[in-house]
Design a protein around this ligand. Structure first.
Ligand SMILES: [Zn+2]
Length: 142
């Protein structure tokens, strides 16, 4: 896909619990091996049964907008050239109860509405500090 975030976009710090989400190039939600509950964002323990026996599974690529906001104020100098942009809270179709937050690309500010179907797209970004390639999940109106 074309670049949306640009070279100056701030990247998430990878840690064991979020590595799958930011590097898999797929919507990977946590699955509890004890009670089979899905959860996102990933945690150290299952929110349903407190088991630490957690794995990850693919949860498709589609979801629905639950909430959206247009960001007009650059909260960091590097984002100054990026505003306005839309951030949405999306319920993942194949993982009931799981919500993911991400930027909506290829949509004008104000065009994103609650209830709209979205598809995940992934932007490949090199993290110069860690040398890793991240696959940042973004949303596009379906
Ligand atoms: Zn559980």
């Amino acid at each position: 896909m074309s670049r949306h975030l640009g070279d100056e976009w701030l990247l998430p710090a990878l840690e064991p619990s979020n590595r799958e989400w930011f590097t898999a190039g797929a919507l990977r939600v946590q699955r509890c091996n004890a009670c089979h509950a899905d959860q996102h964002p990933p945690e150290e323990v299952c929110g349903s049964c407190q088991s630490t026996d957690l794995t990850f599974r693919d949860a498709g690529r589609t979801g629905r907008v639950e909430s959206a906001v247009v960001v007009h104020h650059a909260v960091h100098p590097r984002l100054k050239e990026r505003v306005p942009y839309t951030v949405a809270v999306v319920s993942i179709d194949d993982a009931p109860g799981c919500h993911a937050i991400g930027n909506v690309v290829d949509a004008a500010p104000g065009d994103v509405e609650i209830g709209q179907a979205v598809t995940a797209v992934f932007e490949s970004v090199e993290d110069e500090q860690s040398g890793e390639t991240l696959q940042i999940p973004l949303w596009r109106l379906a």
